[in-house]
Design a binder for this molecule. Sequence first.
Ligand code: SPD
Length: 304
Amino acid sequence: MPLTDDGCWLSETERPGLEQRIRVLEMLYAGRSEYQEIQVVVTAPFGRALLLDGILQTSETDEFLYHEMLVHPALVSLAQPRRVLIIGGGDGGCLRRVLEHPVQEVVQVELDSQVVAVSRRYLPSISAGAFDDPRVRVIYGDGIAYVAEGNERFDAIIVDSTDPAGPSLGLFSADFYCHAASLLSENGLLVSQTGSPLYMMPEFLNAYRNLRRAFASVRPCLALVPSYPGAWWTFCVAGQGAATLDLTREEIERRTRERGLKLRYYSPEIHFASVTLPPFLAAVLASPQTFPPESAYPVLYPAT
Ligand code: SPD
């Protein structure tokens, strides 16, 4: 459900009985691509926002929270991130943060060229010129097929997708993660946005379990993205080494300084805080094979 009947509110219902509403002031763009409905609206609390099939993907005022946490914990953990693959991320906010690292080449595989075109036109502050960087190669196509058929090597693969539904569903599957793992260099990392740890627990657990099938180490990171339902969001960073994301404060400070990262959210303190899991979540992840009881959750759950 994109907008309320009067067009004044963006409404997202994550669970029955649970609705998030955001005041819409103006519709800047509305169109339909081969794959989805695309809208850019001006919202009262978050400024301009990109909607895909009526779901808010990113906003110009809080995109930094999401994109810094999608990119920096993983790439700061890599001593030499040279080649990076981004799946999705058509608004360019992820790409922009990746380019702050000493990368030589970024391949971005985005399904929908219209998302890139609309974002560049109506949300230019999010990509901030990143698509014009000579290190970037954008491929319009299916990221799942690209990873399954690919033979290039990457130091990091970043999945900046929509929620797990429709064409994105396969980006959270064990098959996809296994194929992605085979494209990573020896110490390479995969990171994926994995949804709300509260309202999307089944989807988050599904992604976590599938990542564990392909990687020796899977570390969830937590951050706050207020324009998303529940605000609390997860990113999973996966690798084959035991010490994924285990850095010292000095290493984080040195790398962020040497790389000249433009940071508004990420810091050494945020790095450590983001990988610190609350006990209820740690308990769920300690036995991810058994679907946990309702009492494990701080909100009524599951609701169908
Ligand atoms: N509930 C919407 C989650 C969207 C996550 N991906 C957004 C892409 C931003 N680059």
